[in-house]
Write a protein that binds this ligand. Sequence first.
Ligand SMILES: Cc1ncc(COP(=O)(O)O)c(C=O)c1O
Length: 444
Amino acid sequence: MPDVDPLALTASANSSNGSKSSPGLASTGVVWCTERAAEYGLLEDPSKWANLGQGAPQVDDDIEGCFERPHSLNISVNSREYGPTAGIKPLRKAVAELYNAHHRKDKPSKYTWENVCIVPGGRAGLIRIAAVLGNAYLGFFVPDYTAYNEMLSLFRNFAAVPIPLDKKDHYKMHAEKIEDEIKRGTSVIITSNPRNPAGNMVANPELAHIQDLCRDRATLIMDEFYCGYNYTTNCDGAVISAADNIEDVDADDVLIIDGLTKRFRLPGWRVAWIVGPKEFIKAIGSCGSYLDGGTNVPFQEAAVSMLEPTKVRAEMKALQTHFRMKRDYVVGRLEAMGFKLDYTPNSTFYLWLNLEQLPEGINDGLNFFQACLLQKVIVVPGIFFDLNPSRRRDLFDSPCHHYVRVSYGPKMETLKAGLDKIERILKKWHAFEATKLSSSPKQI
Ligand SMILES: Cc1ncc(COP(=O)(O)O)c(C=O)c1O
């Protein structure tokens, strides 16, 4: 058993300078994993490692059909000043126009710049949203994005209620679950869609049905950071968004959050946005003045021209083609090793890998993670995605224990190296040998 207490994982972690655990200091799962890898030599020789844990896409300019990212910025004198905490108007306008062009073409109600708040990254945006919520039951799904843990623990204005998702539903939310939640008085629901870590999403008509159920009853916080990574429309560049189904942009309580981080492959820029009803956006814009001070202005200025709708459509097409190829490669390699996947993910760049089929000793996320460290490959133990705000639940029997999240965000060569390493682990543990023998053709 690795030297960790799985029940303490989300709260007790090493500090960022590598010193020993400081109980009470919060750390997200990915940070914890990187720190453990550092103890096994990651920092000394990163080139020997394959990091399939990091939730980031490859950032190079070498994906066929993707536009070249700026290599330098023209920094205006104006941008030396404090920027508005809701973001600069040209970028707010560009985001509104992108959503109108891609999702609201034939709809009478359209977004304007006042429906958009620019925020310094997705996490800052989520914190701002949490800060302005009223007294409510807030439903969140399990498993979901690890940073919701902290976001849902920081504020006392709402009570966070877990909603478990099922393996048989491929970890997708669905209308009956939402109906039950609304019946019991949940009036705010947060979800990633496409989902981190499950790699699945809800699209229309089911998404529209869910939004109809929530209209006038519950605020929907739709985290659409992975919306560009959609493999359900044959890589035509289409993006699935709740913005398609909103009736009145100022009356439907739907907050959409996205940014440059994932689908524009610029995680370091820290430029993201929230789109929603004007009144909500006003409050979210104002709370930036005491929470984070707003997004840096030069990068906002540089982002404006990237959001031209035709350019974005072409970019999404190239992105989907490339990442679907990587998904198929990873799925193919894992299946060839003997894994039976619960389902083929239809979105994001994550695989929620069920380890129950492996021999005892590596058939849970923490032990598999430990075996991976010895081979210099990083994955994220599933337990981190069993969100447990304020550590109210006992995670001993968590269904996420038998999973790891494998990211195919990195470049092909890293994926190849990482899968070779995973294959070596399976060989060492004699995994799938019996299945392979029984399924191999009989010798005559
Ligand atoms: C579902 C989801 N939302 C939001 C974010 C946050 O993005 P950012 O890096 O811009 O804070 C992430 C990052 O991993 C994510 O997975």
